[in-house]
Design a protein around this ligand. Structure first.
Ligand SMILES: Nc1ncnc2c1ncn2[C@@H]1O[C@H](COP(=O)(O)OP(=O)(O)O)[C@@H](O)[C@H]1O
Ligand SMILES: [Mg+2]
Length: 323
């Protein structure tokens, strides 16, 4: 059984001009212990998808209009308050881009981790356990650090504290939404190494949201690519990066800066992400697609099975077996 199964999920958000479709048939499966990357340009619906896994958006803001989200066999939209509380924290927890916003500025970091432990694992809510978590996420002198306030820590150290707080309840899934985007490159690499190490040690699954395909190649086992409120390609990360099946994935890959590449020689994807509710008919990517033919503006492609655990939402996509 998959840890998480998102099936044809459709979700509308409340905006000033009324309800607008943001997710339009998202399909996503997360397996236990697997690092799954979710990639795509900004605005494609990655964060909204992640928040919906534990129904973190209030009903006044988000309305499900189709499909379902099943976590450990349970439909999250039919969970009661107790079920949702267990889901948030004990099953799924989150690390966001800006640790400075998520941490409480007037509370010592040790106390913040202690509070999380008290809520989810009361038997482990001791200062010794807090210090063990600080060491585990690579923070030296844990006794000293535990007594510090967030502003006394660097951005990288703050993100390590966030990771400790997210993992202390021992969730089955850690959702890391652009966890390194706000950090400099060296620290980014350290945080990714830490996530990989913690996955090996603790065995949880990770949903890693990023717009950086370089990061995917470094750390992910599987990858799903989102475009305009849908998943357009999914498969083993190495296979997808080596031979992308969807033209959008290929375009994303071509836009990754390579070491030594001249800036003006970088290919970027022409056109822009369509804004909310302004999706094209037919294939959503066709206005920007180098391979588009006349039919692409009429037929809305399905997410097709390509074999070898790969899928793509393009009639011209070929899998790994083809030459
Ligand atoms: N609170 C909100 N109210 C209205 N629209 C929103 C809100 N949050 C996100 N959106 C819109 O939903 C779409 C998907 O957003 P998001 O999931 O944050 O994208 P991503 O994480 O892929 O960058 C975007 O077009 C965004 O503008
Ligand atoms: Mg986002």
């Amino acid at each position: 059984m998959s840890l998480v199964a998102v099936e044809h999920l459709k979700l509308d958000l409340a905006t000033e001009s009324g309800w607008v479709r943001v997710l339009d048939g998202v399909d996503l499966r997360l397996e236990p212990g697997v690092i799954h990357a979710l990639v795509g340009e900004s605005g494609s619906g990655k964060s909204i998808t992640a928040l919906t896994l534990s129904r973190l958006l209030p009903d006044s803001l988000a309305r499900r209009t189709g499909g379902r989200v099943v976590v450990e066999g349970q439909d999250v939209f039919s969970l009661d308050r107790t079920g949702l509380q267990r889901l948030r924290g004990s099953v799924i927890s989150y690390v966001f881009q800006e640790p400075a916003i998520a941490l409480n500025p007037v509370m010592r970091i040790g106390d913040q981790i202690l509070e999380t432990l008290a809520l989810h694992r009361p038997a482990e809510a001791t200062s010794a356990e807090v210090e063990r978590w600080l060491v585990r996420v690579g923070i030296p002198s844990p006794a000293v650090r535990a007594r510090q306030y967030p502003h006394e820590l660097s951005g990288g150290m703050q993100q390590r504290v966030m990771i400790a707080m997210a993992l202390a309840p021992r969730p089955r899934l850690l959702v890391a939404d652009e966890p390194t985007t706000a950090l400099d490159v060296t620290i980014q690499a350290q945080i990714l190494d830490l996530l990989r190490e913690l996955r090996r040690e603790l065995g949880m699954a990770i949903l890693l949201i990023t717009h950086n395909l370089g990061v995917v190649g470094e750390i992910a086992d599987e990858v799903s690519v989102m475009y305009a409120g849908q998943v357009v390609e999914n498969g083993p990360a190495s296979a997808v990066l080596r031979r992308p099946a969807h033209p959008y994935t290929a375009a994303l890959l071509a836009s990754v800066p390579r070491l030594g590449a001249r800036l003006d020689a970088l290919e970027s994807i022409p056109g822009t992400v369509p804004s909310l509710g302004a999706w094209s008919s037919g294939c959503r990517f066709h206005p920007r697609c180098p391979k588009a033919v006349a039919d692409c503006c009429r037929e809305h492609p399905i997410l097709r099975d390509l074999g070898h655990a790969r899928t793509a939402r393009c009639p011209f996509a070929v899998g790994d077996a083809a030459t």
